[in-house]
Design a protein around this ligand. Structure first.
Ligand SMILES: NC(=O)c1ccc[n+]([C@@H]2O[C@H](COP(=O)([O-])OP(=O)(O)OC[C@H]3O[C@@H](n4cnc5c(N)ncnc54)[C@H](O)[C@@H]3O)[C@@H](O)[C@H]2O)c1
Length: 216
């Protein structure tokens, strides 16, 4: 999921239909922003946009597809006039040891988690320049700060997101486009519930729940 944010004073964009992305979208709208929620999950994305009301739109997006990113950007500009923010939130995980990880799955994780972030950033640079600046937030992970077992493709992609964000921050900073990576620890999401994992006793966020295990 990606969420494109279109704040009232500064328009932005980002990918999100559930989990952390849904919580980000709720918070942004509660702070007066407009959002375009972009995700492969059409039903969940539309439902979230409906829940958020007039400040939100949904657009179908596979973050690995550059043409679809262009369509989402055009939709955002048509609906809200400018783009001042992007949250690159889409992500899939790994759960195998390096010795056992399937090459195909490793490639898939890199494609979604790292190349998707690259394409998304490229897609919003021109509209952010036109806007006079903006903010790109790339959701990495604690697995992008340390080495965690069972995260081969995931960890590699999240370290890549961190490095790519630093490069882009240096290149785009002079144009008032900020680029940051965020490195959450473990956050319980509906995906965990569907896989039968119990929620921990931590404090609940808007749509996600507290600390739980050590998947990421
Ligand atoms: N939940 C955690 O503990 C945790 C910890 C650290 C980092 N993160 C990161 O936070 C982000 C959100 O994770 P989450 O826990 O909410 O997971 P989630 O599975 O609930 O949400 C991920 C979203 O990405 C979407 N998505 C997946 N592939 C996509 C694609 N190709 N194109 C568009 N959308 C796609 C999914 O449909 C889903 O809406 C991810 O990048 C994840 O790696 C999560």
């Amino acid at each position: 999921m990606a969420i494109l944010l279109c704040c009232k004073e500064r328009t932005s964009s980002l990918p999100v239909a559930r989990g952390l992305g849904a919580a980000f979208a709720h918070r942004i709208v509660s702070q007066g922003g407009n959002v375009v929620i972009a995700d492969v999950l059409v039903e969940e994305g539309r439902h979230l946009a409906d829940e958020l009301g007039g400040a939100a739109r949904f657009a179908q997006l596979d973050v690995t597809d550059a043409e679809q990113w262009q369509t989402v950007v055009q939709t955002t500009l048509a609906e809200f006039g400018s783009i001042s923010g992007l949250v690159n939130n889409a992500g899939i995980s790994s759960a195998a040891l390096v010795a056992d990880e399937a090459l195909e799955h490793f490639r898939k994780v890199i494609e979604v988690n790292l190349i998707g972030v690259f394409i998304g950033m490229q897609a919003v640079i021109a509209p952010m320049r036109a806007h006079g600046g903006g903010s790109i937030v790339n959701i990495s992970s604690a697995a992008g700060l340390v080495g965690l077992a069972l995260t081969s493709g995931y960890g590699a992609s999240k370290w890549g997101v961190r490095g790519l964000s630093k490069v882009a921050a240096i290149e785009l900073g002079p144009e008032w486009i900020r680029v940051n990576s965020v490195h959450p620890g473990v956050v319980y999401t509906p995906d965990d519930g569907q896989r039968g994992l119990p929620a921990g006793g931590g404090q609940q966020a808007d749509h996600c729940h507290g600390p739980r295990g050590h998947r990421r």
